[in-house]
Design a protein around this ligand. Sequence first.
Ligand SMILES: Cc1cc2nc3c(=O)[nH]c(=O)nc-3n(C[C@H](O)[C@H](O)[C@H](O)COP(=O)(O)OP(=O)(O)OC[C@H]3O[C@@H](n4cnc5c(N)ncnc54)[C@H](O)[C@@H]3O)c2cc1C
Length: 420
Amino acid sequence: MPAEQTTSGTVAVIGAGVIGIATALNLLRQGRDVVLVDRLEPGEGASFGNAGVLASSSIIPVTVPGLMFKVPKMLADPLGPVYLRWSYLPRMMPWLFKYLRHCTEDSVRHIARHMAPMTADSLDEHQRLAQGTAAAERITTIPYSFVYKERANFESDPLAWGLREEHGIPWDITEGDAVHEQEPALAPQYKCLVNLRHQHGTIDHPGDYIKDLAKAFTAGGGRIETAAVTGFERADGRITGVITDTGTINAETVVVAAGAWSARLLKSLGINVPMETERGYHVELAKPSIKPNGALMVADGKFVATPMGDELRLAGLVEFGGLDAGPSKAPINTLLKRAEIVFPGIAYESHTEWQGHRPAVSDSLPVMGPVDGHPGLVLAFGHHHVGLTCGPRTGRLIADMVMGKQLNQDMTPYNVARFQ
Ligand SMILES: Cc1cc2nc3c(=O)[nH]c(=O)nc-3n(C[C@H](O)[C@H](O)[C@H](O)COP(=O)(O)OP(=O)(O)OC[C@H]3O[C@@H](n4cnc5c(N)ncnc54)[C@H](O)[C@@H]3O)c2cc1C
């Protein structure tokens, strides 16, 4: 496996989401000259609108055994968690075929084994990344709880909870009246909470968190270029910079951290990564009359309700429809309706709506590391539903790789070579 090992010279990081900013800050702190390139302001991609949960327990992929049989029912349910733009289906078939092949217990075990080191210590990793910056104020240590109607619903998922146990992730269960003592805002039909506290927490408005980190980055001497990357500069078989709509940026090393857009960018280099966008949505309720005390994963609706400052954000759902289509109305309506079901009597002053793109690699593992045959290029994307959780650790690992440091983690499972 090629290692980068350039201890001097400029590093260009494409993408100012959580992965890009964490990489850029780690490199800057190791004394590198770093330029962060994004066509938008920092923290405006998927990293803006996620549920804000630092979910060290989220090691289970979407592709679980039996998923294929559940999807038609989910698509038919007007308040369901999955949406499809049918006209896009033919275009995503090659990826979908590869993706669904992972709906086996062996694959889930493989993915959990390699996600566990990435999601572990998420709270500590964020605290370390944000230390000494305004972003640190946005990290909370409230619990993350799965909300079930009955304990039987929790027990009906032994593969997921068994794997969490195998990977040393602790939880405790609240049942009966104690559920509504812990979460008085919840509807009475929810009678079981599975609480995850160790290394869990939330980020209050992740887009602002990234912007605070970006301010610390520029204050420390890092540069931010607002430009769209259109290609790569090459000389003598090496990547030597990025081509943007405003000019060329020369660099010793280029890190691609462009989230769901990364695979599209890499096509010009002949690097093919089977990746789609899992489009997701949020509604944010301003000044809600009731709010949960912790972040709640509502298992029957597959969305998370996270208190954020004066707001309550409901985020989740999956829509397939590609990178270019605008937002759909149905998922937004579902989240608004679900808010009334889960928190009966809730009232709020107004709400905002958002749609974003989860970078979904077909085998549900991120793509991280150098690329055989492309010296000067390092990849850092594809963190699916847990990019916020894994961001700081990814940034630290990628920076150490670029610097040629010895890593205490085997990065082979994440290398793009698995697809070539
Ligand atoms: C509804 C929803 C809820 C979620 N909830 C959680 C959660 O609670 N916890 C969690 O851990 N994760 C969650 N996620 C997942 C998480 O948000 C993503 O995995 C993560 O934000 C990906 O970060 P990123 O930096 O790779 O991508 P992004 O944040 O999308 O950043 C990529 C950046 O690259 C830029 N870019 C792309 N192409 C170009 C180009 N050609 N030139 C210049 N710039 C370019 C974009 O403008 C963008 O800013 C959620 C996602 C969604 C959609």
